[in-house]
Structures are given as structure tokens and as C-alpha cells.
Design a binder for this molecule. Structure first.
Ligand SMILES: CC(C)(COP(=O)(O)OP(=O)(O)OC[C@H]1O[C@@H](n2cnc3c(N)ncnc32)[C@H](O)[C@@H]1OP(=O)(O)O)[C@@H](O)C(=O)NCCC(=O)NCCS
Length: 233
């Protein structure tokens, strides 16, 4: 493979492969794509090529680990990876790393993955205050989540906000294909648990129907790696 595999993990919601994003997409890496994908990537702005290609390679490799050949992975009209109806898959990329989460689709469930760089561990409350992101906190957290944050030591707040952000992005990627609309951060309220799971209360519109959702997180290479699975209840 032209691109470098960073890790392969079996997660609760599927097989996950991490691929290092190349500085540039050369012929050797392009050759890893299937022809339809090479055609698709040529329509994107060149700045998107490295992360788009690494995401596709990560997702295809995750399917291959499961013994599945998914065919070309293009994009839905809403931007999600387009896959055959019996497969579920999701992609995330940050500066240097792309991940793909893959599985067989059961009970019409949908899966999502997200990657966020872990904030530094602050040595003191003063340092944490200097680096705080109050704008992100109020944009991402519901009133319930803000109340729960009060029981967390202040120097860990930024880390908790980033973890909630990542879990909600993974949840968004799982739920958007089911409801076909933008879902706001305040439409889900999470409680993160020490075992790496999160309990989720959804507050969607009644037109969307009702859903059961689960989410998990772990840390890999200084990133939060989060996954979500959503299905109609
Ligand atoms: C779409 C969104 C989730 C992408 O997240 P991001 O952190 O900016 O970027 P990431 O690298 O993690 O993910 C990008 C990948 O998400 C996937 N994606 C994009 N739109 C998607 C959608 N509507 N549904 C599912 N997956 C989608 C794509 O695979 C994309 O990568 P690609 O274009 O290379 O294939 C984000 O920009 C967004 O719009 N969020 C909406 C608000 C939200 O999260 N609400 C929380 C509700 S609980």
C-alpha cells in the first residue's frame, strides 16, 4: 500500500483502520484507489486530495480486514461515504491521520466515526483558564452537560468539551443519513462514563421518529477516536 497504515482496531461499532495522511498524493497512492474514485477525486480542490484519499484508503482497508470488497466509495449528496445498502461505514480525518470505520449493516443501523486531537493535560487551573474555549463549550454542550461539567476538575474541562464535541460529530455522521437534515449539537445530550461508553439522550423533532443510539471513545496517537451507532427504535 502506498499510504502508511497507522493502526488497525476492533471497536464496538466496527473495524477501524487509521492511515497517515500523505503530504501529497502521488501516482503510487492514486493507484490504490479504484478508477471511479480517481475520477471523483479529480473533481475536488487539490487541497482536499490528501485527506480524501487517505480516508478512502482507510475505509477500504477496514472493509478488507472484514473480508469485504466494498467497490468504489464515492459520496452521497449530503457528503457521507456512499456504500452498498448492506454495508455501513464512516470516515474522519484530522491534520495527519485519517480513519475509516466499517461493518456489515444490521437492522438498518448507521455508524459514525470522529477523530479530534486531545487537548494538552494542563498542570494548573490557571493554565487551563488561559487555554479555555468558552465559545466551543456553549456551542457544543447542552444545559444538562454544562451542569455535569461542574463536577469535573476545571483543568480537565477543555478535554471534556473536546470529547463531547468528537462524540457528537460521530453521532452526527451516524444520524444524518437516517434523518437527512442538519442535526444541531443541542439535539443530543451525553453522559460520558469511565468505561469508554457514553449514554445519549436525543432531542430530535418528532417528525424524525425515535432512535436508539450508542457511542464509545478511546484514545489513539494523542487523538480521541469516537464512534456512534444509531438505529430506528
Ligand atoms: C459533517 C461534519 C460532521 C464533518 O466533521 P469534521 O470534523 O468537519 O470533519 P471530519 O474529518 O471528522 O469528517 C469529514 C468526513 O465526514 C463525512 N461526512 C461529511 N458529511 C457527512 C454527512 N452528512 N453524514 C455522514 N458523514 C458525513 C465524510 O466522509 C467526510 O470526509 P470526506 O469528505 O473526505 O469523505 C461536520 O462538519 C458537521 O457539519 N457537523 C454538524 C454539526 C454536528 O456535529 N452536530 C452534532 C449533532 S449531535
Amino acid at each position: 500500500m502506498g499510504a502508511e497504515i497507522a493502526f488497525r482496531l476492533n471497536l464496538v461499532h466496527g473495524r477501524c483502520v487509521g492511515v497517515r495522511i500523505p503530504a501529497e498524493v502521488d501516482e503510487k497512492i492514486l493507484a490504490e484507489l479504484v478508477p471511479e474514485e480517481r475520477g471523483f477525486v479529480s473533481t475536488l480542490a487539490s487541497a482536499r486530495h490528501p485527506s480524501w484519499v487517505a480516508g478512502r484508503l482507510a475505509l477500504r482497508e477496514a472493509f478488507r480486514d472484514l473480508g469485504i470488497e466494498p467497490g468504489p466509495i464515492l459520496a452521497t449528496r449530503r457528503g457521507a461515504p456512499a456504500l452498498p445498502a448492506d454495508l455501513g461505514g464512516s470516515i474522519s480525518h484530522k491534520r495527519t491521520l485519517a480513519v475509516g470505520l466499517a461493518g456489515r449493516r444490521e437492522n438498518d443501523a448507521s455508524i459514525g466515526v470522529d477523530l479530534e486531537a486531545c487537548p494538552p493535560v494542563f498542570a494548573s487551573v490557571e493554565e487551563a483558564r488561559a487555554q479555555a474555549r468558552p465559545d466551543l463549550r456553549t456551542r457544543v454542550l447542552t444545559q444538562d452537560e454544562l451542569a455535569r461539567l461542574k463536577s469535573v476538575p476545571e483543568k480537565d474541562h477543555r478535554r471534556m468539551v473536546t470529547l463531547h464535541f468528537s462524540l457528537k460529530e460521530a453521532l452526527y455522521k451516524a444520524i444524518d443519513p437516517l434523518v437527512g437534515r442538519h442535526v444541531a449539537f443541542h439535539e443530543a445530550s451525553l453522559t460520558t462514563l469511565p468505561d469508554g461508553s457514553a449514554s445519549i439522550v436525543l432531542a430530535l423533532s418528532e417528525h424524525d421518529g425515535s432512535f436508539a443510539a450508542t457511542a464509545f471513545w478511546t484514545e489513539v496517537e494523542d487523538h480521541f477516536l469516537t464512534t456512534a451507532r444509531v438505529q430506528r427504535a
